[in-house]
Design a protein around this ligand. Structure first.
Ligand code: FES
Length: 197
């Protein structure tokens, strides 16, 4: 008799547990799915960013935000481009072999078009924001300085192609994001050169 009661209770408990489980899954699934649905802001942060460089003067730089990170565009002068050769002996990775960039930017100027450097403004050491120090003569930066970017957090130095100097904490060159030229005056950050057309 007590055996029958126990069996009955066991069945009842099993049924209740199964129902609770099913309801639990129902409640748990909603927030889980919601967290996977990208918000409008997330979509905006991941979307390509188009910028007009028609008014960007030679030697100047502008900044846009892409995926929550600063992207710099520098319109380099012939003199700035010339400095990329002179600085090579001071660099840790002049060929960008251990650094991150699209294939079309794995060259001396690290760019699809040498005149324009498009680079993430994020130090490859611990993520601080480097500062532009474009002047070639800069007592604070030392005799080997050719102009570039300086990260004040721990003293990393980068040239005018974002290539890292030797003997500084940053391990690699500044990262080059995917980008493409829509026409002579417009750059699309976030879409690779080859896929743009
Ligand atoms: S974060 Fe730039 S040198 Fe450390």
């Amino acid at each position: 008799m007590s055996e029958e009661v126990d069996q009955g209770r066991r069945k009842l408990l099993t049924a209740v547990t199964a129902m609770t489980g099913a309801v639990g899954v129902g409640f748990a699934a909603t927030p889980f799915l919601a967290s996977w649905k990208p918000s409008a802001r997330a979509k905006a942060l991941g979307a390509p960013v188009e910028l007009d460089v028609s008014k960007l003067e030679a030697g100047a730089m502008l900044q846009v935000e892409w995926r929550g990170k600063p992207v710099w565009v520098i319109r380099r002068t012939p003199e700035m481009l010339e400095s990329l050769k002179a600085v090579v002996p001071n660099l840790a990775d002049p060929g960008s072999d251990g650094s991150k960039q699209p294939e079309y930017a794995k060259n001396e100027s690290r760019a699809a078009k040498p005149e324009y450097l498009v680079v993430l403004g994020v130090c490859t050491h611990l993520g601080c924001a480097p500062m532009s120090r474009f002047a070639k003569v800069d007592a604070e930066m030392g005799a080997d300085w050719q102009g570039g970017f300086y990260c004040p957090c721990h003293g990393s130095k980068f040239d005018l192609a974002g290539r890292v100097y030797k003997n500084v904490p940053a391990p690699t060159n500044l990262e080059i994001p995917p980008y493409s030229f829509v026409d002579d005056n417009r750059i699309l950050v976030g879409v690779d050169q080859a896929r743009a057309a």
